[in-house]
Design a binder for this molecule. Structure first.
Ligand code: PLP
Length: 371
């Protein structure tokens, strides 16, 4: 039998070893050093923005962006109900209230008409998430934001390099945030980035990232800030990954094509969707089965595991978590239990994808009716 195929493995090559080694050997192991500036400059160029501010992870990237915008207790931030918990916890961290709204079933992103209904006098920002690498419907979201004078922060933690038209995600709203966790499209181990074209927001993020230290008077602080800095060692890993980012993204597309060729015509399932206004990246292969529920999906994942294939369920609706008030988001609640993610990593082979697809096709007939 095939050896175990995990859902994700970072791609770390001798190039990454050399960069990190250089950072460590230089003695610049903390948050000063050449790689920090280099990584920020290269990432800003990649996204097509003026500024990129590196931080210690993708969760605090969101928090710092919110804090720098002055979003605080008493404010509301509208987010999709289907996302990773960090989107919500970062809003909580700012003191504001996350307001969960439904998604669209084709993009899996926040639904513009649902945003409209959720706007209150307290609403300060909308935070779309480009889930699993699929761009959210930004044009409609920006129109609403303009109409109601709201900020838009793109949570692009899963979508490095995805496009809407010719624009990279993270360059479309007032700010974008990224994660470089070990399973993301590029990694720094732990790490994150804020992207923006706004000079003032850039300044504000940089000050708050570094304990709000006065720029002209060391160890003087006019307010309390945070230590959200990235290390030079992490940035070195990031710089090596930036040299390979086009190839890393292209390989994930190739992996999707391998899966899609074999699964596109199979009844009752669908993979990552596409449309004519965006170019997704394939952070994770998504498979949705028309008849899955939480129970049958778990049985399917158990069977995959018995065949040495790792998988993971879609995120649960955040509003279902015990710390939040339960709300009925129809599309989110319809979709979440139907979806799984399949192994998606740079070094997966065509043979492994072939084996996974054949196993899926073999197992599926047991799931093709409603239970
Ligand atoms: C990974 C992720 C984050 C948080 O990133 P960390 O680096 O793990 O803190 C935020 N939002 C989404 C949608 C993510 O997938």
């Amino acid at each position: 039998m095939n050896s175990f195929i995990p859902i994700s493995i970072p791609s770390i090559t001798p190039l990454e070893h050399a960069f990190v080694n250089k950072a460590v050997t230089s003695g610049w192991v903390s948050s000063m050093g050449q790689y920090i500036d280099q990584f920020e400059t290269e990432f800003a160029t990649f996204c097509g923005v003026k500024h990129a501010i590196s931080v210690s992870n993708g969760t605090v990237a969101i928090h710092l962006a919110l804090a720098a915008m002055g979003i605080k207790e008493g404010d509301e931030v509208i987010i999709p109900d289907l996302t990773f918990i960090a989107t919500a916890s970062a809003v909580k961290l700012s003191g504001a209230k996350p307001v969960f709204v439904d998604i669209e079933d084709d993009t899996l992103g926040i639904c513009p008409s649902a945003i409209r209904k959720a706007i209150s006098p307290k609403t300060k920002a909308i935070m779309p998430v480009h889930l699993y690498g699929q761009p959210a419907n930004m044009n409609a979201i920006l129109d609403i934001a303009k109409e109601f004078n709201l900020k838009v922060i793109e949570d692009a933690a899963e979508a490095h390099g995805a496009l809407i038209g010719e624009k990279k995600v993270g360059s479309i709203g007032h700010a974008g945030t990224f994660s470089f966790y070990g399973n993301k499209i590029i990694t720094t181990g732990e790490g994150g980035m804020i992207t923006t074209n706004d000079d003032e927001l850039n300044e504000r993020c940089r000050i708050l990232r570094d304990h709000a230290m006065d720029k002209n008077k060391r160890y003087w602080h006019n307010e309390l800030g945070y230590n959200y800095r990235m290390t030079n060692m992490q940035a070195a890993l990031g710089c090596a990954q930036m040299q390979r980012i086009s190839e890393l993204i292209a390989k994930r597309k190739q992996i999707f094509d391998w899966y899609n060729t074999q699964l596109v015509n199979i009844d009752n399932i669908k993979l990552n969707q596409s449309n004519n206004w965006s170019t997704p990246v394939y952070w994770m292969i998504c498979l949705e089965h028309k008849y899955f529920n939480e129970e049958s999906r778990q049985r399917f994942m158990d069977l995959l595991k018995a065949n040495n294939i790792d998988s993971r369920p879609y995120f649960y609706p955040i509003s279902d978590m015990p710390m939040f008030k339960n709300i009925q988001t129809d599309v989110t609640h319809h979709i979440y239990s139907k979806g799984i993610n399949l192994p998606t990593f740079h070094d997966i082979t065509e043979e492994q994808v072939d084996y996974i697809c054949k196993t899926i096709v073999k197992l599926l007939p047991n799931f093709n009716k409603k239970f």
